[in-house]
Design a protein around this ligand. Structure first.
Ligand code: KG4
Ligand code: ZN
Length: 338
């Protein structure tokens, strides 16, 4: 039994083949960073056009590397949402075409749930209940998983996502796109205490996040200090901002953990590549006595292996026979089980 998975929700065209393990037989990710970099963010129209140009090649490459012909694929999985609707439709239509032609099952997968699934692909089995923090370019969400395939949304961002805040500040300073890796690199040698960012304080006890206040504070510092790409204190500024984003994320994770008392903590999504965040997360888990699950960096940013893993798990839990051609794309997270 094997599965071919496709991911095209944002600016990566990705395909992967997994066996029943699930183990990754191949995983191909074609980034569109160079296309969107001049604009400092993803341009949806350019993204979908590029997906359309690349998808055949990326899927072919994933099959070649797994040494499979398209007709040897047993099932297909594809990201349905959330994401850019035009981009999602490219992957979804391509997957439907394959499933229809080869008369094989097609499973639709949620992108945020797929990010969490990356934690199940590697390392020791995740013990439940598990509390997952999904930190990506478009989402910052906390989920409680009491068992496999069950996700309860506990909190989400009320404004910007953490990755979005990093991307916007990098864009404002003209540092390039995506902002997270650039800020990490340029802030590496900086002093994270130099600029004392205050953490967002919410009036209620909610587990929601907010990053617009940090972003506004960063813009104010930039204005007041004349911060720029050439300013000598740039590394300190970036390190301080990155550290504040990490503190804001982990403060809520810790509060949620105190409340729901999970056995395991999961950190995933593109921002989970961040070294400062990874180290602080590991420390929080150790101090709190939680089991920590942190996917390797390539499984944190968008990829199709996580989509295939979730597709395989979903296939095993339902009786799906043929291609589901009614699957539709959705732009925003819909919490069916919340
Ligand atoms: O999950 P992802 O690949 O795509 C979405 O689903 O949005 O996440 C992309 C986000 C971007 O905001 C990018 O700046 C951020 O992940 N990112 C990082 C790092 N690598 C990627 N943020 C901080 N540090 C990194 N090393
Ligand atoms: Zn993502």
């Amino acid at each position: 039994m094997n599965i071919l998975a496709i991911e095209s929700s944002c600016d990566e065209t990705a395909a992967a083949v997994l066996d029943a393990g699930p183990r990754i037989l191949s995983s191909v990710v074609l980034s569109q960073d160079t296309i969107h970099a001049p604009y400092g963010g993803v341009v949806p129209e350019l993204a979908s056009r590029r997906h359309l140009q690349s998808i055949g090649y990326v899927v072919g490459e994933a099959l070649d590397r797994a040494r499979l012909a398209p007709g040897q694929v047993d099932a297909f999985a594809v990201t349905q949402g959330p994401g850019l609707i035009g981009s999602l439709l490219v992957g979804l239509s391509f997957a439907k075409g394959l499933a229809y032609y080869f008369r094989k099952p097609l499973v639709g997968v949620d992108h945020l749930e797929a990010h969490m699934e990356a934690a199940f692909l590697e390392g020791p089995p995740v013990a439940f209940p598990a509390l997952a923090l999904v930190v990506s370019g478009g989402h910052t969400s906390l989920f409680l998983m009491k068992k496999r395939l069950h996700y309860r949304l506990l909190g989400r961002t009320r404004d910007d996502a953490a990755g979005e805040a990093l991307d916007k500040i990098a864009k404002f300073l003209g540092l390039g796109y995506p902002g997270g890796p650039v800020i990490q690199k340029l802030g590496e040698a900086g002093n994270p205490q130099k600029y004392p960012f205050a953490l967002p304080r919410m009036k209620d006890a909610s587990l929601d996040f907010s990053f617009s206040g940090l972003k506004t504070a960063a813009l104010r510092w930039i204005d007041e200090t004349g911060m720029s790409a050439r300013h000598p204190a740039l590394p300190d500024f970036l390190a301080s901002f990155e550290a504040a984003v990490v503190r804001a994320l982990l403060q809520k994770l810790e509060r949620a953990a105190d409340k729901v008392k999970p056995f395991s903590l999961i950190l995933c999504g593109g921002v989970a590549r961040n070294r400062r965040l990874r180290a602080a997360f590991a420390e929080l888990a150790r101090d709190g006595g939680y089991e920590a699950h942190l996917p390797s960096p390539d499984l944190c940013t968008d990829n199709a292996a996580m989509v295939g893993a979730l597709g395989m798990e979903k296939l095993g839990s339902t009786k799906r026979q043929g291609p589901d051609l009614d699957l539709d794309a959705y732009p925003r997270f819909i919490s069916l089980r919340a």
